[in-house]
Design a protein around this ligand. Structure first.
Ligand code: TXA
Ligand code: MG
Length: 544
């Protein structure tokens, strides 16, 4: 066990800390983002001590810190024009650039990669310290691996007491979240980890900015990630954190239903007075920079309350908010409850009854349409599905080109019930799964109303995905004429199809709304708009 001291960063303390660094020890160092655990970047044994003290996975590379550009040659093999432009704009500051590594940097620093993360911090103590040491400084955040990064000297002490000698106290970190990490391309960057320097900031310097997949989504273990640090659960307090996305009203509702005596909340400043359970704030809702500054301290504060679950408010995802959201996503292991679910309306009815017209009208009303026939056409071409069908129906359902002979298959199933049952048993489970995937995509895009246009809504089981169901019915003679014209088929083919479908009563019994389509087009449109209005009123009424 070492004796750990927090020292004010005067000349004497810097000298002591320098001795530690040059003797192959590690030191707690303030930066403007978070505190770092510093070691001589050239000293392999010292680097190993960093991994040991933090309990850090060996495959997660470290960032090397420099005091000024004179040091860059010792660290990176190449410093492109784009890198130079980025350095001019953002260094010293919270930007880490991934660059081709110099031979002098040992492989343990980069966890075996040929690239190295380089940063020139702006915190005066960090720069003085690196300059005093005279060597580039490798430093990850100075927390125990998996815990929130430290934004105060006391956080470092809490995590690493006994494992390190000196912590230089540089006060509270101004930014509060770690640097933005980017891959540097030719006049472009790819953001691996968002931070204080935002997409808009980069766009002032380079012409293209990408945000890596790993910023918002959980990458599977086996996927090769651009930034190894992105795959770990991170920043987590002991309690299980769950983000609850929705209005403050939705949030309160959810919490009141799910809280027990070991539940706490992480909310925006000003919201705390409404809770009688343990509550920590992380900045005002409209101030992403303040949230960044507060978040890690807030997560640590939650740990002192011995909670088992923490429900968290979801921050804005733009600008600096992207970084706040990214850290919270990792703190909660990607567990987000979404309250603002879109309203799913099922639209069904016999073929030729007028579903397409209704869809056209509803698009005008801001409804997103999912064409389930189209989805089923995609599904039928999936190799596993095709294989099963050919096995059952024979090669005759495949054209020479390898495409499905849809007409042949249609005739085989519309005239033979057993065939139809088999086809459906293969198709329906895949179709509903695919519909759900598409709903999820639309939900992420913020769609409020989604309509499933599905002739076989009930038969396929997709009705279970719907909040409400509308059927459209039309007289048989009218339908027969429409489908003959629409699909250029004979009267017999049309009648075959119609006889394979359900009768009016079937739909009436299962639908919240029925649209009778036996008048003019205008009447159909008017009735459609009316039904949609009723659906919205009912949904809002339930929500309120
Ligand atoms: O603000 C910061 O960057 C702080 C302060 C101390 O400078 N440091 C920090 O380091 O956050 P650390 O080790 O906690 O996070 C480094 C991140 C990890 O996600 C790591 O995977 C990524 O940078 N990284 C480092 N070198 C890399 C490389 N060669 N290629 C891709 N990603 C790299
Ligand atoms: Mg870290």
């Amino acid at each position: 066990m070492k004796k750990t001291s927090i020292l004010q960063p005067d000349a004497q303390a810097l000298e002591l800390a320098k001795q530690d660094i040059l003797n192959g020890e590690v030191v707690g160092m303030p930066t403007e983002t978070v505190y770092g655990l510093a070691a001589n970047a050239f000293d392999e044994d010292a680097i190993k001590k960093i991994f040991e003290a933090k309990g850090r996975p060996q495959d997660n590379p470290l960032i090397v810190h420099i005091a000024d550009l004179n040091m860059i040659d010792q660290v990176a093999d190449e410093f492109s024009q784009t890198a130079q432009k980025l350095a001019d704009a953002f260094w010293p500051g919270p930007l880490t650039m991934i660059l081709p590594k110099s031979q002098k940097i040992p492989m343990v620093v980069t966890a075996g990669l040929e690239t190295v993360g380089v940063r020139m911090p702006s915190h005066p103590v960090a720069r003085d310290f690196i300059r005093t040491c005279g060597v580039p400084i490798a430093a990850p955040s100075a927390n125990v691996s998996g815990k929130p990064s430290p934004t105060k000297a006391s956080h470092v002490y809490h995590d690493l007491e006994g494992k390190i000698g000196i912590i230089l106290d540089g006060g509270e970190c101004e930014v509060g979240l770690e640097s933005t990490v980017v891959l540097v391309g030719d006049d472009q960057v790819n953001i691996l980890r968002p931070g204080k320097i935002t997409v808009d900031d980069f766009l002032k310097v380079v012409s293209q900015v990408q945000v890596d997949d790993g910023v918002f989504t959980q990458l599977s273990d086996d996927r090769k990630v651009a930034s190894p640090g992105m795959k770990y659960k991170h920043y987590s307090p002991n309690a299980n954190v769950i983000m609850v996305e929705g209005s403050f009203f939705d949030f309160c509702n959810y919490v009141s239903k799910h809280a027990d005596e070991k539940t706490g909340v992480l909310v925006f400043e000003g919201e705390e007075s409404l809770f009688s359970i343990p509550c920590v704030t992380y900045g005002r809702q409209a101030d992403s920079s303040q949230q960044a500054n507060r978040l890690f301290d807030a997560l640590r504060e939650l740990d002192q309350q011995h909670l088992s679950t923490v429900f968290a408010r979801v921050p804005d995802k733009d600008g600096v908010g992207m970084a706040v959201y990214n850290r919270l996503l990792r703190a909660c292991g990607f567990e987000v409850v979404r309250m603002e679910k879109p309203l799913i309306i099922g639209l069904t009815g016999q073929t030729g009854s007028g579903k397409s017209t209704i869809c056209k009208t509803l698009i005008q009303q801001g409804v997103m349409i999912l064409d389930c026939d189209e989805i089923s056409r995609d599904v039928i071409h999936e190799p596993e599905v095709m294989e099963k069908l050919v096995q059952y129906f024979g090669q005759q359902i495949v054209e020479e080109s390898g495409d499905l002979n849809r007409r042949k298959l249609a005739n085989m199933v519309f005239t033979d019930e057993e065939n139809r049952i088999y086809l459906n048993s293969v198709m329906y489970p895949r179709i509903t799964a695919k519909i759900q995937e598409e709903i999820d995509v639309l939900q992420r895009k913020g769609c409020r109303y989604i309509l499933l246009d599905a002739p076989t809504l009930f038969e396929s089981g997709a009705d279970r995905l719907c909040d409400t169901i509308v059927s459209v019915l039309a007289p048989a003679e009218l339908r027969r004429r429409r489908i003959m014209e629409r699909d250029s088929i004979t009267a017999t083919e049309a009648l075959n199809r119609m006889s394979a479908q359900q009768k009016d009563d079937f739909y009436r019994a299962r639908s919240a709304y029925v649209i009778e389509n036996k008048g003019s087009l205008e009447e159909l449109e008017r009735r459609t708009v009316e039904v949609f209005r009723l659906i919205k009123e009912k949904a809002d009424g339930v929500e309120a």
